[in-house]
Design a protein around this ligand. Structure first.
Ligand SMILES: [Zn+2]
Length: 381
């Protein structure tokens, strides 16, 4: 998935930077309103224990709504099957622990990740959930670190920063859970913690601070994906989501990088994915495709029975990282189904590998965004 560090000449970079700053000013991106609105990121769910320590100083924590805030150098919380939680060895009939760094500028470390802001640990029926609350712009540093290669070109990182910011603002607006706005995983946007600073990623966020994609008066739910394989597709084609108007565009750029994949699945596993019990006999697949060549529906015929699945359902059942995209053909052998395709991801919105190619060719982040989100307004807000 990773590419070599692009070796752009520093002078050329400087010229692009000046050009981009001019472009930003010209476009009227002056305001930084809403730059520091908080976002609540679900880090973990259903874990049985968590250890938190400060990067410097101490950890301050509050149990439920107790007035007292306690200090510790290490905080460990266990989920108890019999009810309640155990906090640093104390068994408590409590459900929530709010954790803050005790000194200003301190961060909280949890396993390998370092987090900016506060953590809230909640007891749920099947384990602990962990939510990180932090400023939106800090969150973007942590999501870019997980979603993009830090060695990629700055303009590609900036395009991703704007797309991720817009996606996050839409998520805050439509929070689908009372305790968090967004999942820190590929269900929404991957997130690696915002406490480990990468200078280039920070710069990409800082130089686009507050900039969003807009659909009318609302931030666009700006979908993105790894590699489209030649053509992106509209949100409506994938999710029948009429609220997101992202269109299909040509993207010959990501094909410059190897994007072909092959997946071999056992015959019985394929039959089970369609909800049948495996049985010997004839087997056939047929598919409906959209104009960009992607499979939209796929039908399995087995022993006179047939069943249709949407491509999203089939990818979910076989694994999104195995059946990597909806652009594929197949062969059936006696024991196996062999899928061969190209692209990686749902194909909607910004194509990350295409964005990197365009950036290397000298396009700035505004040009990249205008290519993948045609007709969408770009402005701060
Ligand atoms: Zn592409």
């Amino acid at each position: 998935m990773r590419i070599q560090n692009p070796s752009l000449d520093l002078c050329i970079r400087s010229v692009f930077l000046i050009f981009n700053l001019n472009a930003l000013c010209w476009a009227g991106f002056e305001g930084k309103s809403n730059a520091n609105i908080p976002i609540r990121v679900l880090l973990e769910r259903r874990v049985k224990h968590v250890d938190i320590r400060p990067t410097t100083g101490a950890v301050r924590f509050q149990i439920d709504n107790a007035e007292a805030r306690e200090l510790t150098l290490n905080l460990n919380i266990h989920w108890l099957e019999s009810g309640g939680i155990r906090v640093n060895g104390r068994r408590l009939d409590a459900s929530t622990v709010r954790v803050h760094p005790a000194i200003e500028g301190g961060h909280l470390q949890m396993a390998a990740q370092v987090h900016v802001g506060d953590l809230t640990i909640r007891r749920e029926s099947n384990g602990l959930s962990i939510v990180n609350q932090l400023p939106l712009e800090s969150y973007l540093v942590g999501t870019l670190a997980a979603e993009m290669n830090q060695f990629w070109d700055l303009e590609a990182l900036k395009a991703q920063a704007v797309a991720s910011r817009s996606f996050a603002r839409d998520a805050i607006r439509h929070a689908r859970h009372p305790d968090f706005d967004i999942e820190g995983s590929t269900n929404d946007q991957a997130f690696a913690g915002a406490g480990v600073v990468n200078e280039k990623i920070e710069r990409a966020v800082r130089e686009t601070v507050g900039v969003l994609l807009w659909e009318g008066t609302r931030p666009l739910k700006a979908f993105f994906h790894s590699r489209c394989g030649g053509t992106t597709q509209s949100a409506r084609e994938v999710w029948q989501d009429s609220s997101a108007k992202t269109q299909s565009v040509a993207c010959p750029y990501c094909r410059k990088n190897p994007a072909r994949w092959k997946m071999i699945v056992q015959r019985d596993q394929l039959i089970r994915a369609f909800g049948f019990e495996p049985a010997p006999g004839a087997l056939a697949l047929s598919a409906s495709r959209n104009p960009s060549g992607r499979v939209t529906k796929i039908m399995l015929l087995s022993e006179g029975l047939e069943r249709n699945l949407s491509i999203n359902e089939l990818r979910s059942r076989l694994g999104f990282t195995r059946l990597r995209s909806a652009i594929f053909d197949w062969q059936l052998t006696r024991d196996f189904a062999i899928f061969e395709g190209r692209g990686f991801g749902h194909g909607v919105g910004l194509c990350q590998w295409g964005a990197q190619y365009l950036a290397k060719m000298g396009k700035d982040f505004l040009g990249i965004l205008r290519h993948y989100y045609p007709g969408v307004r770009i402005a701060s807000g």
